[in-house]
Design a protein around this ligand. Structure first.
Ligand SMILES: [Zn+2]
Ligand SMILES: [Zn+2]
Length: 266
């Protein structure tokens, strides 16, 4: 059985990743992957929204780079995708992005719990001191549920991101997980098992074992992603993610092409 596809990888166009797509592709082959997908941080309508995504005028260059990698590595299935921020009020922008290119899939991610604070931004880490962790977790999952309900996304990224720096809720979040996963199931969103959490303070895959188990019980499909921001991170800790998925009951993962989904064993 081959390793599942790595569907979450970045490029230097987002201004905080290193290595060209060809280097990611080479690494993918070296670690035994047969399928990958680039899902770099999509632009926002305002280029000064933050400093960790591609500018809007780089989108065509991004697509060209991925297309070039597809030509250079015909032995590897390479998907063209984006990691799109979900914020209420940006629906028209997401529609515009979706119409720009024949994407294979969109990962919908919540990083922002307000228009000015991305909870995972190391430059904004001190903001956590002024916030109530329970409120952040609640707002985050409300937005994640809205992202699933929006119908814009094939996959929901790193579904419990607020744990990144170790900020844990004091309340039981099971009702929040339940609501989110019901929305994901109803609106045909897969949930990503993202190994980047293992490289962060939380030292855990996103999302947690509890969420992965609940997702399986509800019939929510999954994908896998390293969230690689450097070539050596491609496929990193996939054995751990596969073990977590299998323990929860999963034997198949989603494959996307032109925003159509099918299932393949892993
Ligand atoms: Zn990033
Ligand atoms: Zn992300």
């Amino acid at each position: 059985m081959s390793l599942p596809a790595d569907y979450h990888m970045h490029t230097p166009l987002c201004r905080h990743a290193t290595g060209e797509p060809s280097e990611y592709a080479r690494q993918a082959l070296a670690v035994g992957l047969t399928e990958i997908g680039f899902s770099d941080h999509a632009p926002m309508p305002q280029d000064d929204f933050d400093n960790w995504r591609m500018n809007a005028d780089k989108l065509d260059e991004y697509v060209a780079k991925v297309r070039q990698a597809q030509k250079d590595f015909p032995q590897l299935a390479i998907r063209l995708a984006l990691e799109v921020d979900y914020l209420p009020g940006y629906e028209d922008w997401i529609r515009t992005l979706a119409a720009r290119h024949p994407w294979d899939y969109f990962i919908g991610s919540v990083h922002y719990v307000s228009d000015s604070w991305a909870i995972d931004d190391p430059q904004k880490l001190s903001e956590w001191k002024h916030r109530d962790a329970d409120e952040v977790w609640a707002t985050y999952f409300e937005r994640l549920t809205m992202a699933a309900e929006s119908g814009f996304f094939d996959i929901i990224g790193h579904a419990d991101l607020p744990k990144k720096f170790g900020h844990r809720p004091s309340r039981d979040c099971a009702p929040l997980y339940d609501k989110f996963l019901n929305a994901a199931k109803k609106h045909n969103c897969a949930v990503e098992l993202n190994t980047a959490g293992l490289r962060k303070d939380c030292r855990e895959i996103y999302p947690s074992r509890d969420i992965v188990r609940l997702a399986f019980q509800k019939g929510v499909p999954i994908t896998f992603g390293s969230d690689a921001h450097a070539p050596e991170e491609v496929g990193m800790n996939f054995a751990d993610a596969v073990a977590l998925a299998r323990e929860a009951g999963y034997r198949e993962r989603c494959r996307f092409a032109q925003r159509k989904r099918d299932s393949v064993p892993f």
